[in-house]
Design a protein around this ligand. Structure first.
Ligand SMILES: NC(=O)C1=CN([C@@H]2O[C@H](COP(=O)(O)OP(=O)(O)OC[C@H]3O[C@@H](n4cnc5c(N)ncnc54)[C@H](OP(=O)(O)O)[C@@H]3O)[C@@H](O)[C@H]2O)C=CC1
Ligand SMILES: [Mg+2]
Length: 365
């Protein structure tokens, strides 16, 4: 192990022992990580692999070329959407009955999450169920060149779990060498005018290469059956906020989220038919371009097997094109015990897309 690697190892190891945050609300205070040295992503990946040496290898997933006929002179914008599974919920609430507790150990699961991010190197990262922002993702990702924002849920269920690490929430990261932050909004979603426990972050970014602006949003809607109308109302509130932020759809938009809703639900239909002119990127992987994938989450609880499509990347269909999308895991790769597992850290799959701006007259978003 060379000097650089030892230095990195200590950087990673520093994030391992974070249980102190449950005694002191350290999640409210951002450590001063801006002055820390940058990390080489390749070296951090090696460190993660060293921690994971006893585990089976990562699953192979390929990008599917969606061959749009709009060549762009600028590099694509890679966006990752991922509900990473809150550590406190995975260990204390979710009841993944087929997942061995050792597979959920944070010291290793953290490295599996980082490995997934480092493997695809997104320009923008939209995460849900983040309950290790300040002690893990913010310090490490800032050293990889990302600027991050975290918005915790007001009454996170993580806080009910013994030895929790603070509340979970949404996090949004973007690469500072590619984008400039124009404005940022933390949104507590309402349903029928009532404040709810669900949140969103919406940021307007400017591409440094092209000077084009766009809005990126991340959300995690209310879970569980019986809450369909609530989710629908939260979706309407988010759409209304995004109408304002995009100045009535003048600014191109990408919305990532765990919507906790199948495509048959009302909230999905609101997004599909909104005047923001959105399309769902992962539909483009289907033969006819009209069908969502068969699943984005697959787990076994005491109540039985839960296989659902709940996670989406919506985008302004006139202003943006999806150049490629990362294929999902097959049933065989996921295995009989489903997710999470020793080789995949969350019950939700990551979604990754490469976007480019369409060359087109203004006002046709
Ligand atoms: N501390 C306090 O004083 C208060 C605490 N609370 C807590 O907040 C909770 C409600 O919060 P809310 O945000 O509305 O929660 P949600 O119903 O949205 O669910 C919270 C989490 O539970 C996961 N989940 C979904 N289905 C199940 C399931 N069947 N079993 C276990 N976990 C599941 C979800 O994961 P996914 O999205 O991946 O499906 C989600 O991350 C209450 O249960 C309570 O624990 C509420 C009020 C006050
Ligand atoms: Mg969950």
């Amino acid at each position: 192990m060379g000097n650089g690697t030892s230095r990195l190892y200590s950087a990673l190891a520093k994030t391992l022992n974070s249980s102190a945050a449950s005694q002191h609300p350290e999640y409210l205070v951002s450590p001063d990580s801006e002055h820390l040295e940058p990390i080489d992503p390749k070296e951090l990946l090696e460190e993660c692999r060293a921690v994971l040496h006893t585990r089976p290898p990562r699953f192979q997933r390929d990008f599917v070329d969606l061959r749009t006929d709009c060549p762009s002179s600028h590099p694509p914008i890679r966006v990752m959407q991922w509900n990473i599974l809150a550590q406190a919920l995975g260990e204390g609430k979710d009841n993944f009955v087929q997942c061995p507790v050792e597979a959920l150990k944070w010291e290793e699961r953290k490295c599996l999450i980082l490995e997934e991010i480092l493997a695809y190197q997104p320009d923008i990262l939209c995460l849900q169920e983040v309950d290790h922002y300040f002690d893990t993702f913010q310090p490490l990702l800032s050293r990889l060149g990302y600027q991050g924002t975290f918005f915790p849920k007001p009454w996170s269920p993580c806080l009910d779990v013994e030895h929790n690490n603070g509340p979970d929430g949404c996090a949004l990261f973007f690469l500072q060498n590619r984008f400039k932050l124009v404005n940022s909004a933390n949104i507590r979603l309402t349903a029928m005018t009532l404040k709810t426990n669900q949140v969103a972050i919406a940021q307007t970014l400017e591409c440094k290469e092209s000077s084009r602006q766009f809005c990126i949003a991340v959300t995690h809607l209310k879970a569980r059956t019986g809450w369909e109308r609530f989710r629908s109302a939260q979706g309407c509130d988010l759409l209304q906020n995004l109408q304002n932020i995009t100045q009535g759809a003048k600014i191109p938009l990408i919305v990532c989220g765990d919507f906790n809703a199948e495509p048959t639900e009302e909230v999905y239909k609101h997004f599909a038919s909104s005047s923001l002119n959105l399309n769902s990127a992962y539909k483009l992987l289907s033969a006819d371009g009209q069908s969502e994938p068969p699943y984005t989450t697959w787990k076994i609880r005491t109540s039985g097997e839960c296989r659902h499509t709940l996670d989406y990347i919506w985008y302004s269909k006139h202003a943006l094109s999806v150049k490629s999308a990362l294929d999902l895991l097959t049933e065989e790769q996921i295995g009989p015990n489903r997710l999470p597992s020793f080789n995949y850290p969350s019950d939700h799959l990551s979604l990754v897309c490469d976007f480019s701006f369409n060359e087109e007259p203004d006002g046709l978003l």
